[in-house]
Design a protein. Sequence first.
Length: 178
Amino acid sequence: MSDFLSSAKNFVNSAVSRTSWEAQKQMRVRSKQTEIDKLLEQRHQLMDELGQVAMNLYQQGSLSDSQLSRLCASIFELDHDLRSRETQLQDAKNEAYPADQFGPEPTMNYAPPTPSSNASAPGNPPNNNYNNANAGGYVPPTSTPNAAPDAQSQRCPHCGNPLRPNALYCRNCGTKLR
C-alpha cells in the first residue's frame, strides 16, 4: 500500500510540474505575441504618417528626402525589432518539456530537513532563488535587460538626438549608424 501511495504521489507531482511548466510557456508565448502586436501597431501608425507626409508634400510640390528618411528609419527599426520578437516567439512555441529536469525525486529514503540545514536559520540569509540540489531549478536572471548605463547616452553623430539601444538608423534624421 505504501508503494502505491508513493507511486501515486510521484505521478501527481510529475503532472503538476508539467502543468506548471506548460502554463509558464503559455505566458511567455502570450507576452511575445503582445510585443509583436504592439510593434505591428506602431509600424502601421508610422506607415500611415509616412503616407500622409508624402501625400502632403507631393500635393505641395516639395517632397523632401530628409523628412521622409526619419519615418523610414523608424519603420526599418520596427521591422528589425519585429523579426527579432517573431524569432523569440517561435523559439518559445517550440520549447519542449524537459521531463528529466522536473521529474519527481524518489521518496523512499526521504528525511525531513533538520534545523541545522534550514537556510533561514539565524545567521544564514534566506535562499529565495530555489537553486538548491533538491529543487532542481529556478535561477533568476543575473542581469536585467536594458541595464547598460551607456545605452541611454548614445547620440546621433549627425543631429545629436538620443538613440535607442542597438539602433541601426537615427529616428530623427535617418542617418545610418552601422
